[in-house]
Structures are given as C-alpha cells and as structure tokens.
Design a protein around this ligand. Structure first.
Ligand code: NAP
Length: 257
C-alpha cells in the first residue's frame, strides 16, 4: 500500500480495554496516526471519553461494548466493527484485569478470571479478526504481555496468563506470517495507570510513594506512562514494520527479559 492509498483507505483498528489507561493512549495514538479506531471495552458507555478525545482531535472512532472473554460477544463485536467501520486489519489486545494473591490464598475464580480475560480473550479476538486479515493479506496484531511473565510474587494467575500470551504471540506469528500478518507482544514494566494505582491501594500504600520508589529501580529513572506504550504500538502496527514478527518487546525503562 502506498501512502496515497493509505490516505484514501485508512486502516481499521480494534483496541480492547480502550476506555482508559494504556488502551486509551494506544487508541488515541493510532487515531492520530490516521487509523480509524474501534474502542472496545466492557461497557460501551465507558469508551465515550476515548472516542470523544479522538474525535475532538480530528480522528475517527467508534465505541464497542464487549467482554473479550465471551465467544459470542467477541463475534458480535467484530461484526459490528465490520458493518460500522469496515474490515479490521489492526488488533491491539490490551484488555486486562488483576486478581493478585499469594498462591495459598488464590481462589480458582481468581485464577480463571485472569486467564479468561488475558489469554482466552486474546485468543478469541485474534481468531475472529484473522478471518478478515487473511483475505486482506495484511494484519498487525499486538498483544499486551507484561514483565510479570518473568515471575512476580502474588501474581501466579497474571504471570501465567502473560507468559501464555507470549507463546500465543509466537505461534500466531508462525501461522499467519504467510498472509502478511505480523503478531508481536509488548511487555510493559511499571506504567502509571489505574491498574497500578489499584494495586498500591490494595497494599495500603501511597501511589505517589510507590511510583517514586519504583522509579529508583528503573534504569531510565522514571516509571512509564501509557504514551510510552502507545509509541511502541504505533511502530508495531505501522506499514513498514512487516519484517518484525513473533517478538516480545520489553518496554520497562531498561533490561528485563
Ligand atoms: P487498566 O487501566 O485497568 O485498563 C484495563 C481496561 O481493560 C479497563 O478499561 C477494563 O474495563 C478493560 N477490561 C477488563 N476486562 C475486560 C474484558 N473482559 N473485556 C473488555 N475489556 C475489559 O489497565 P492498564 O494498566 O491500562 O493495562 C492495560 C494492559 O496492559 C493490560 O493487559 C495489563 O495487564 C497490561 N500491563 C499493564 C501494566 C501497568 O503497569 N499498568 C504493566 C504491564 C502490563 P473496566 O474498567 O470495566 O474493568
């Protein structure tokens, strides 16, 4: 596709968990890059802030309410994107939850809930969108993993799911590469979002203090912002990134994996 063609027919992207945090930043960035963005989150109304921000900046976006762990809901959501915006050829699997606890206190529902959103949700969204990417002979899938995939106290469920996302990413890169589809994972470190704020609150700690202490451990001397991850996602979905696939890129302010 030439830049002229691209201007005539912008890519359609789906960003899951796009109502806030990293997903909202990625949605805004892809829209600023010229893509049309389906902002997907559990509650359609919760997507309004992201959609309004995109439109106010001159971009195009649509809100979609869906649970990524629900097979029928995912099928219906992707159908809505196709009928409302067009064929999606960019997918950002970002929706996520945490249910942290030490192993001996972790319930089966905590285990299942985290696996369902991160791993099953990622699988379902990839499977449903590749139906459109394969005929288009183009696709860009970016899955959100985490440094926690390498092991993190109190996160057996989350760590296992995020490691699973890395395996899924590499396998899909192998399977889908011949169709012009790349599949990569971003593994962020400490990012300043509601998710990390909630973790601090659960531990009874002041979030500003947690960020200050976290920054001391990070080589670049600061915690990450959602826009740091959006910048990397922007590259990984770009037209020119077609020879980079099956990679896990750690975005953590310094070496990890
Ligand atoms: P966040 O602020 O908690 O946002 C996550 C979004 O996902 C929320 O809007 C949430 O909706 C939505 N969501 C949850 N379950 C969903 C489902 N079943 N279907 C659709 N949407 C769902 O999280 P974040 O910090 O931006 O994290 C985004 C991603 O990056 C996650 O995959 C996370 O694991 C990963 N990550 C984050 C960090 C970090 O430091 N923040 C580090 C490494 C990796 P509700 O508000 O309705 O729950």
């Amino acid at each position: 596709m030439t830049p002229t063609d691209e201007a005539a027919a912008p890519r359609i992207a789906i960003v899951t968990g796009g109502a806030r945090g990293i997903g909202a930043a990625i949605a805004r960035r892809l829209a600023a890059d010229g893509l049309v963005v389906a902002v997907l989150d559990l509650e359609e109304a919760a997507c309004a802030g992201t959609v309004d921000a995109i439109r106010a900046a001159g971009g195009a976006a649509m809100a979609i309410g869906a649970d990524v762990s629900d097979e029928a809901g995912v099928v219906a959501a992707v159908d809505r994107v196709v009928s409302g915006l067009g064929v999606p050829t960019v997918l950002i699997n970002n929706a996520g939850i945490t249910r942290d606890n030490l192993l001996h206190k972790m319930t089966v529902s905590d285990w299942d809930a985290v696996g369902a959103v991160h791993l099953r949700g990622c699988f379902l969204m990839c499977r449903e969108t590749q139906r459109h990417m394969v005929p288009a002979r183009f696709g860009r899938i970016v899955n959100l993993s985490s440094v926690s995939a390498l092991g993190n106290r109190g996160q057996a469920n989350y760590s296992a799911a995020k490691a699973g996302v890395q395996g899924l990413t590499k396998t899909l890169a192998v399977e889908l590469g011949r169709f012009g589809i790349t599949v990569n994972a971003i593994a962020p470190g400490f990012i300043d979002t509601d998710m990390t704020a909630a973790t601090a609150a659960r531990m009874g700690m002041d979030f500003e203090e947690v960020k200050r202490r976290g920054a001391e451990q990070i080589p670049v001397g600061r915690v990450g912002q959602p826009e740091d991850i959006a910048h990397l996602a922007s590259y990984l979905v770009s037209e020119g990134s077609g020879f980079v696939s099956g990679q896990v890129v750690y975005a953590a302010g310094g070496p990890t994996g």
